[in-house]
Design a protein around this ligand. Structure first.
Ligand code: 5GW
Ligand code: MN
Length: 284
């Protein structure tokens, strides 16, 4: 394989932070060569699991999600889609490329929508321990109300990773919508915090995903026992986890964009985009 030599005095991106103070890469377009990475991950025959929840009316998002994942997610690698749903009979049939399969996992539908999103932590933990650990090397755990528009490949893979929330990457610490009530187990004081991570995108090796989801689930249960729920639900607990247990890689907001936030110049591509929801239709 031929490619240009890395240049000591020519950073690949000079307009954005591409490494954290704890030396985790932040993945921006133009800062990596996917061909080199693909060769590395083909050598180890990496297997990637993509978990997604399609509970109640959110099954309507699955078709576009899977169709576009077939075009853009981990093309050429082994992929298992793990679809958690309470509506097994409404999951469409998909024709998938070689080396890729879709596994439907039947799970309960919680009544409150907050519980639907928060209980993902517990369910991912439980299936990681009993199933995913023997089937895939890495997991990516994402929202379903999304479509892929550009390549999302092995550049995202690392021991444990999160993504910068598109609404907060330009903001100051004080402006992050962390849980600010000291009684909550998701509490982060105003003078702490690195980034504001998106609740809809995290992953890593199975062992690390178990640690992350187990921590978040226990923190939620501790709050529930004292009748509390963090401001942004699972996202608040994820942010608390990443404060203590720093991610080893961080995805730029290219990986979880929403057009609500426009098109800033530093965002060169929108790889994974939130679908406009008709709230009346999907939520009630
Ligand atoms: C329903 C009403 C309000 C909030 C969430 C839901 C909901 C979420 C649902 O009925 N079914 C479901 O499967 N979910 C899962 O939780 C989806 O995977 C969804 O992508 C994820 C997070 O909920 P979102 O996408 O509505 O949250 P935001 O913050 O992206 O708007
Ligand atoms: Mn979403």
């Amino acid at each position: 394989m031929l490619y240009e030599k890395p240049e000591t005095f020519r950073p690949q991106r000079a307009d954005v932070l591409t490494v954290t103070p704890w030396l985790a890469p932040i993945i921006w377009d133009g800062s990596f060569n996917r061909n080199i990475l693909n060769a590395q991950f083909h050598q180890i025959e990496v297997r990637v699991g993509l978990t997604v929840f399609a509970i109640k009316k959110y099954v309507m998002f699955l078709q576009k999600f899977i169709e576009t994942a077939e075009q853009f997610f981990m093309v050429g690698h082994k992929v298992n889609y793990y679809v958690f749903t309470d509506r097994v009979g409404e999951i469409p049939n998909f024709t998938l490329a070689e080396g890729r399969r879709l596994v439907v996992l039947e799970v309960p539908a919680y009544k409150r929508w907050q519980d639907v999103t928060m209980r993902r932590m517990e369910m991912i933990r439980d299936f990681s321990v009993k199933k995913f650990v023997g089937e895939v090397d890495y997991l990516a755990c994402v929202d379903v109300d999304m479509v892929f528009l550009d390549e999302v490949g092995v550049e995202i893979l690392s021991n444990v990773f999160g993504a910068l929330h598109p609404g907060f990457f330009e903001k100051q610490r004080r402006e992050f919508t962390y849980e600010r009530r000291p009684r909550s187990s998701a509490y982060i004081p105003y003078e702490k915090g690195d980034f504001y991570y998106a609740g809809g995108y995290f992953g890593g090796v199975i062992e690390e995903v178990v640690k992350l989801t187990n921590y978040c689930h226990h923190a939620m249960m501790a709050d529930k026992a004292q009748n509390m729920e963090a401001l942004w639900h699972d996202e608040s607990y994820l942010n608390k986890y990443f404060l203590s247990y720093k991610p080893t890689k961080i995805l730029s907001p290219e990986y979880i964009w929403n057009n609500y936030y426009g098109s800033p110049a530093v965002v060169k591509t929108k790889r994974f985009l939130g679908v406009d929801k008709d709230y009346q239709k999907v939520r009630f």
